[in-house]
Design a binder for this molecule. Sequence first.
Ligand code: SF4
Length: 250
Amino acid sequence: MKLLLHTCCAPCSVYCIKTLREEGIEPTLFWYNPNIHPYSEYKARRDCLKNYAENKKVKLILEDAYGLDDFVCGVLKNANGKNSEDGKNTDANGPKDFEEAMLMRCQNYCYPKRLRKVFEFAKEHGYDTVSTTLLYSIYQQHDIIKDLMESLSREFGIDFLYRDFREGWREGQDEARAAGLYMQKYCGCVFSEEESMLGREIARPMKKAGISPTNQNVRIVIEKTKASGETNINSRNLADRIGNQSNAKA
Ligand code: SF4
């Protein structure tokens, strides 16, 4: 098997490389992540992977593309779930909620943009199998990625090696920290940076207000905070925001 493994970052590659090697499979890592912004973050993740690959003596191919402008334009053209390739969508008002944000950013644009490139490269360079470290992260849309990989596999006539690498989430994270790898705080794009940072700001006052900072609760408060334009968060308006959202959805 000649495996090309799309690699989003060094920490996510730790468990994947380890378990694949245990199976007797030697992957070639493929870096293509124009979704990572700003440039300082892109460079930190890329350079960390370069060093890690060298240490682990695993082959790494860098498709070096810092794609802020293209990426942001691509995401906006996918607003409301429309496909950027139709060239007609000018209704870029942004997502109305997190589900729509995920649809227009991750599913409709970011995953296809990155993963199609991996299959194209594999086809051009004689790899017979493709996989991705995105299947390791518990924060990614695992089933959507799996479906997309299966569909690309059929289109390109190249095997997709599926593994549920999430099984090794804790082990991989512990090893990455022990190895001193750069651990990112958000998925990659500027939109995910905003969500992550807002989520961190909200979590502490939520706990203080006796509200469990579950992903769902954090998302509700972020949505309401963005909609209201009022960024001051305290225990009273936190409770109101969650209450209002619950009523609205009832
Ligand atoms: S949140 Fe992550 S997967 Fe989704 S568009 Fe941003 S970088 Fe891509």
